[in-house]
Design a protein around this ligand. Structure first.
Ligand SMILES: [Zn+2]
Length: 454
């Protein structure tokens, strides 16, 4: 299987320097064979990039696919009340079909806006479910042809949110570790171009896990060759709670539990002090920057440019559609660009840096070094953004479009050389059917009484 992408006038390699690609790309099998002034071989399939911006496929390093049928709820609430009124209120209603349709919606949104790799942090593993959420998620991602990382969440103790909210689904440490190990043995591929991975990802350790359990989780994950992930310091409440309960701020609190390092990445990291940013940079612990969710929930602005400036690892993420309303990678790119400049001035970040975060930065956070960059030998994960929309007309430098215009339109997208978006469509997925399923499931989830036991 070989094809060539020609007539590339506007493109990015994904490198931190904002390097452009303006030539042609030849794909052979699952990887990029050549980049340069190339001529199509006789009979070779040609993808014409005229009117497109060519970039490495985008890497979304933190998501919650179960929330795609929970959009627009508790829209004026901050994080704690939103948690109570959305994920922790609705989790008992997510039967297998609801999760499947929700995942399909989210993955379709992400693929159609340029994502080729998705990490889903699933934190609901109750005994009450008669299905394995991990199996549903890998199955749906596989059908669309996306690279998929399951950040296997869960908790040993749940926060109590009040009488109207069912008790959060908890596991014992042994159940958590058994579930992690079972998922890893089935889906974890440690290779540089893995299509499926598993990470160890307790939901929010400072609330949901005992310190000793955290140490055991890190040890077991590393024994299995898995990376570590969790929510951290999403707003000021996290640091206040951690200081009050454990006497330390969140990053140093995790440091002595073995939870910092090049195999660790955290979602959010909004409320950080300067020494915490430095510690993250020194240890190579990565950030999944979620600017849209942080804005929507009024949580604040993560110091992503500061971490990047210290040589730290920054990646980009949407976060769940329950705190976003859209799983749109274009909006994530634009939000990072605009929000960082709103608070840090125009020098805070440029378009090339934001794209780097969303490509090579994502590859680094997830530890999949074969993706995220357009260069010979890299995985053929390539996205062609479509410029045939009025929002991009008039741009003097059309390569800026994926970042500065927001709301991405993808013409073609490839994962490991295989098309996941073709002419703006997802092969094998009928969006009219998905719309009907989405309406039916959303109505059912809204109406169904909370009958399942916790
Ligand atoms: Zn999250």
């Amino acid at each position: 299987m070989s094809f060539i992408i020609t007539n590339i006038a506007h493109g990015w390699t994904g490198e931190a320097a904002g390097t452009r690609v303006t030539s042609a790309i030849r794909v052979e099998g699952d990887r990029i064979a050549e980049v340069g002034d190339l001529t199509p071989a006789p009979g070779e399939e040609v993808i014409d990039a005229t009117g497109c911006v060519v970039i490495p496929g985008l890497v979304n390093t933190h998501h919650h696919l179960f929330q795609s049928v929970l959009k627009g709820l508790a829209i004026d609430e901050a994080l704690d009340n939103w948690l109570a009124q959305v994920p922790y209120r609705f989790w008992p209603r997510l039967d297998e079909e609801a999760l499947r349709v929700s995942a399909r919606i989210g993955l379709a949104e992400l693929a159609l806006t340029g994502a080729t790799t998705v990490c889903d942090h699933h934190y609901l593993f109750p005994d009450a479910y008669d299905y394995d959420p991990a199996e549903v998620l890998f199955d749906e991602a596989g059908k669309l042809g996306l690279r998929f990382v399951l950040a296997r969440g869960g908790m040993t103790k749940g926060r109590q949110f009040g009488a109207d909210t069912p008790p959060p689904p908890t596991e014992t440490l042994a159940q958590f570790l058994d579930g992690l190990s079972a998922a890893a043995s089935r889906w974890h591929d440690p290779s540089d171009m893995a299509m499926t991975r598993v990470a160890c990802a307790p939901t929010t350790p400072n609330f949901n896990v005992e310190p000793g359990e955290l140490v055991e989780m890190a040890q077991e994950a590393r024994r299995l060759g898995l990376r570590l992930h969790c929510h951290l310091s999403e707003n000021g409440g996290y640091a206040a709670h951690t200081l009050k309960t454990w006497g330390q701020r969140p990053v140093p609190w995790l440091a002595d539990k073995g939870w910092l390092g090049e195999d660790v990445w955290f979602a959010h990291l909004v409320d950080l002090e300067a020494d915490e940013v430095a510690l993250l940079a020194e240890t190579g612990s990565a950030m999944a920057h979620c600017p849209q969710a942080n804005a929507r929930l009024g949580s604040g602005v993560a110091p992503a440019p500061a971490l990047h400036g210290l040589g730290g690892a920054v990646s980009l993420a949407v976060d769940g559609a329950g705190a976003n309303e859209a799983a749109d990678m274009g909006m994530a790119l634009y939000s990072a660009f605009a929000i960082q400049r709103a608070t840090g001035g125009v020098d805070a970040v440029n378009a090339g840096t934001v794209l780097h975060w969303a490509t090579m930065g994502g590859a680094k956070a997830l530890g999949i070094p074969g993706i995220g960059r357009i260069a010979p030998g890299m995985a053929a994960d390539i996205t062609l953004f479509d410029l045939s929309h009025p929002r991009t007309f008039g741009l003097h430098d059309p390569a800026l479009a994926p970042v500065v215009s927001g709301a991405a339109q993808v013409r073609h997208s490839f994962v490991a050389g295989r098309p996941v978006v073709r002419d703006g469509r997802l092969p094998g997925l009928d969006l009219a059917d998905l719309a009907r399923d989405a309406a039916r499931i959303t109505a059912r989830v809204a109406a169904r009484p909370e009958t399942m036991p916790a």
